[in-house]
Design a protein around this ligand. Structure first.
Ligand code: UT7
Length: 344
């Protein structure tokens, strides 16, 4: 019989884990600020000035979150050269699942043919992709799974009140995905991650009905309680504070300063939030990957979508140090530093 581990024994050396490939998908339909002008009392100028957004993608009625996730997943597996049958785990981060259950990852698994994967749904709103990466990374690191497919996917258009100008102009639909594998010998991959939450502020950004607290009924539907509600100004303030702090902590844990970082990929909620984080971190604007003008806020999809775009257009290159940072409902937040390893 083996003896229990001595409490002072150091943990076995962790093996570095890296993003081995990524992918993204957005629906075809483009909704511009001018289109929104015809739907609610707003203006292209207001939206651009207050958010930086110009257009966003909206899924078709027949498209669900798993459809967007599936396309992003296929591209990520292709770029990581991983066959669906060899996937060990699938995590789908979303606040707009196809159904309350089963989890959306199971639906993606079935259509991918990833029959050996176990599947988990993850609800951390806009921080979901980073939450998923960290939880999957730890499972790959310990050898519990050989690899993991992490997807952030949203059909935000399904939970928006299209009569509420204070929210409906802000969000869009899409999906981003990444495959995690043990890093190649001598490479570092993910260097540090910090995650945090504060549930005491949950009511600043939430969806009132449709869960067990207020099950869907004719009355909740009539009151529009199955739509997202947000107190934007307060959320803005917390987003800046927590993202800047999480980024600093992740950098510190990686033994790096902001000057070492080639690219920052922030959650794409608002160009002014991104600018405020840049100021607080002392990081010039040209080191941020930004696509909020084309996709709006895609919640859990946002960072994966921006990562994939910047990898495919050649901005992010092998060896670049990348800082990802997110904030969302819950509240939840997170930051992660990694050395990009270009898939070969
Ligand atoms: O992803 C999860 C986290 N989410 C976020 O991080 C979002 C954080 N919040 C924000 O990005 C911003 O707070 C918003 C973009 C939501 C709003 O910008 P703001 O500068 O904070 O505007 P505000 O809420 O203080 O509203 C200013 C004015 C109000 O009018 P009054 O009361 O000053 O007369 C609003 O009614 O702008 C009005 N307004 C609009 N006007 C034209 C609100 N929405 C619109 C609109 N078009 N779409």
């Amino acid at each position: 019989m083996s003896s229990p581990p001595h409490p002072s024994r150091p943990p076995p050396p962790a093996r570095p884990v890296a993003i081995a490939g990524c992918g993204a998908h957005v629906p075809a339909r483009v909704l511009t600020n001018r289109d929104l002008e015809r739907m609610v009392e707003t203006s292209h100028e207001w939206i651009v000035e207050r958010t930086g957004m110009r257009e966003r993608r909206i899924a078709a009625d027949h498209e669900a979150t798993s459809d967007l996730a599936l396309e992003a997943a296929r591209k990520a597996l292709q770029s990581a050269r991983l066959a669906p049958a060899d996937v060990g785990m699938i995590a789908v981060a979303t606040i707009t699942p196809d159904h309350p259950f089963p989890n959306t990852a199971c639906l993606v698994q079935s259509r991918l043919g990833a029959r050996h994967a176990f599947c988990v749904g993850l609800e951390a709103a806009c921080s979901g992709f980073l939450y998923g990466l960290e939880m999957a990374r730890r499972l790959v690191e310990t050898g519990a799974v050989p690899n993991a497919l992490v997807i952030g996917a949203e059909k935000m258009s399904a939970i928006l009140d299209w009569k509420d100008r204070s929210t409906c102009v802000l969000f869009g639909d899409g999906a981003g995905a990444a495959v995690l594998k043990p890093a190649p010998a001598g490479r570092r991959g993910i260097l540090s991650t910090v995650l945090g939450s504060d549930g005491s502020l949950a009511d600043l950004l939430y969806l009132p009905a449709g869960g067990s607290r207020r099950p869907a009924s004719a009355a909740t539907v009539a009151a529009g309680e199955h739509y997202l509600r947000m107190r934007g100004r307060e959320v803005f303030r917390h987003a800046v504070t927590h993202m800047a702090q999480a980024a600093r902590t992740a950098l510190h844990r990686a033994g790096l300063g902001i000057q070492d970082i080639r690219w920052v990929i922030p959650h794409q909620a608002n160009l002014r939030i991104i600018a405020a984080i840049g100021e607080r971190l002392g990081c010039p604007a040209d080191r941020f990957i930004i696509n909020v003008e084309r996709y709006g806020n895609t919640s859990a999809a946002s960072i994966g979508l921006a990562l994939d775009e910047a990898v495919r257009d050649g901005r992010i290159r092998d060896g670049d140090l990348v800082l990802m940072v997110a904030f969302g409902a819950g509240f939840t937040w997170g930051a992660s530093v990694l050395e990009w390893i270009q898939p070969t």
